[in-house]
Design a protein around this ligand. Structure first.
Ligand SMILES: Cc1ncc(COP(=O)(O)O)c(C=O)c1O
Length: 376
C-alpha cells in the first residue's frame, strides 16, 4: 500500500453495535463511525440481512439495465430529501458525487466559475479538490477545471458581493465536517440561497458528511429550512457499503439525457439494497429522534474536562478543547473511546452511529471528566 495514511494504534477484527473489538481483545466505543459511515453501527440485522439477500439474488448489474432495488433506493432517497429534489443519480463516493454536481452546475448554467466556502472540504478528485479549502498542498493537477473563489464563512456581505451573474454554482457544507463540525449560520445559508437564485447560479449542498440523519433530520439543510438546487450524499448512505448520490430538481434534471453522466458501479444492486436498508432502519427505529436526544445529552453533559464548548449539529459535533485535539483524542482512546480530530487543531470530532445509546454518552462524559487539567 502507498504510505499515505497514518494508522491509529489498534487493529479491529470485529464490531457489534457501537463497539469495535480489537485483535488483542479490547472493546472500543466507536464515536467516529469510520468517518461518519457506520450510520447503523455494526452488525445491524436489517442491513446485514439486506446485503446477504441481495448478494445471493443478484450481486451486480450495471446501469445498462433497470433494477427494482435501484428504483426503490431512489424513491426512498428523494422522499427523505427536501421537497423539490425529485431526481437521483447514483455514484460511489462523496468526491464522485461532488464531481458530478459541479459538472451539472457548469452544464446547466453554461458558466465557468464556482464559489465555495472557506474551510470547506469536498473530496480529492479534480473538481471536488478544486473547491476544497487549502487543497494546494496536495491538489497535484496542473490546473483547476473552472475558476474558483472562496467566500469567508458566515460573511453575508462578501456573499452578496461575490455571487454574480458569472457564477455557475456555490457549493457549501451546511455543517462543515472536516473543519470541525462548524455549523454555518442559518442567515448565511439563506443569503447563499437568495443570491444564487437571484443570479441564476445553482446552490449545491454537500451533505456527504452531514446527511442521512446525522443532523437529526435526514439532511442538515432541512434543519435550516433551505432547499438547494443540488444535494450530494455518500458516507452513511450505504451504512458501510460504498454508495453516493446526487439529487436535483426538475429544472437541473432537464439538462441531462442519455450519455451525459455515467458510472459502472453507481446504483449497483448491493449498494441500492444497503441504501434501502439504511433509510428503512432510520424510519422504523425513529433514529432521527434518537440523534436529537443524544445531541441534547452530549451538549448537557460533555462540556467538561478539556471541553470548552460544543459546535455542530446532531451527531456531527465538534468538542472545542482547551488543548490540542490530538491529546484529547489519545486520552479518550486510553478510556476505550474512539473520536476523531479535524482541520481545527483544537476540535475533537464526534461522528457516532445514529443508534448511539444514552449509556454511551454517559461513558464519554465520565471519560472527559477524568482527563486531568492541561497544566496538571
Ligand atoms: C463534506 C464532504 N464532502 C466530500 C467528501 C469526500 O467523500 P469521499 O471520501 O467519499 O470521496 C467528504 C469526505 O470526508 C466530506 O466530508
Amino acid at each position: 500500500m502507498l504510505p499515505v495514511y497514518g494508522h491509529l494504534p489498534f487493529v479491529p477484527v470485529r464490531a457489534a453495535g457501537c463497539d469495535i473489538i480489537t485483535d488483542d481483545g479490547r472493546r472500543i466505543l466507536d464515536l467516529y463511525g469510520g468517518h461518519a459511515v457506520a450510520a447503523l453501527g455494526y452488525g445491524h440485522p436489517r442491513l446485514v440481512e439486506a446485503i446477504r439477500r441481495q448478494s445471493g439474488n443478484l450481486l451486480f448489474q450495471s446501469n445498462a439495465v433497470a433494477l427494482d432495488v435501484r428504483a426503490t433506493a431512489a424513491e426512498k432517497l428523494v422522499a427523505a430529501a427536501p421537497e423539490g429534489l425529485t431526481r437521483a443519480f447514483f455514484v460511489n463516493s462523496g468526491a464522485e458525487a461532488n464531481e458530478n454536481a459541479l459538472r451539472m452546475a457548469c452544464v446547466a448554467t453554461g458558466r465557468r466559475k464556482v464559489l465555495a466556502i472557506a474551510h470547506g472540504f469536498h473530496g480529492r478528485t479534480a473538481a471536488a479538490g478544486a473547491v476544497t479549502w487549502n487543497s494546494d498542498g496536495w491538489y497535484g493537477f496542473p490546473a483547476k477545471p473552472f475558476d474558483v473563489d472562496f467566500i469567508p464563512r458566515d460573511d453575508v456581505g462578501q456573499a452578496i458581493e461575490m455571487i454574480q451573474d458569472d457564477v455557475a454554482g456555490v457549493i457549501v457544507e451546511p455543517v462543515q465536517g472536516v473543519a470541525g463540525a462548524y455549523d454555518l449560520a442559518t442567515g448565511f445559508l439563506e443569503c447563499l440561497r437568495e443570491q444564487t437564485r437571484r443570479h441564476g447560479a445553482l446552490l449545491i449542498a454537500d451533505e456527504v458528511q452531514s446527511g442521512i440523519g446525522r443532523s437529526g433530520q435526514y439532511f442538515a439543510v432541512q434543519t435550516q429550512g433551505i432547499v438547494p438546487d443540488v444535494l450530494t450524499s455518500a458516507k452513511s448512505l450505504g451504512g458501510g457499503i460504498p454508495a453516493g448520490a446526487v439529487l436535483c430538481g426538475e429544472p437541473v434534471a432537464a439538462h441531462f439525457g442519455p450519455g451525459s453522466l455515467g458510472t459502472t458501479f453507481g446504483g449497483g444492486p448491493l449498494a441500492a439494497a444497503a441504501i434501502v436498508a439504511v433509510l428503512e432502519a432510520i424510519e422504523s427505529e425513529a433514529l432521527l429522534g434518537n440523534v436529537r436526544e443524544r445531541e441534547i445529552q452530549i451538549r448537557e453533559h460533555c462540556v467538561t474536562g478539556p471541553v470548552r464548548k460544543i459546535q455542530g449539529s446532531g451527531l456531527l459535533l465538534g468538542l472545542v478543547c482547551d488543548r490540542p485535539a490530538r491529546e484529547v483524542r489519545d486520552a479518550l482512546l486510553e478510556h476505550d473511546i474512539l473520536t476523531g480530530t479535524s482541520a481545527d487543531p483544537n476540535v475533537v470530532r464526534i461522528l457516532a452511529p445514529l443508534v448511539l445509546a444514552s449509556g454511551h454518552v454517559e461513558h464519554l462524559a465520565q471519560a472527559l471528566e477524568s482527563i486531568p487539567p492541561a497544566d496538571a
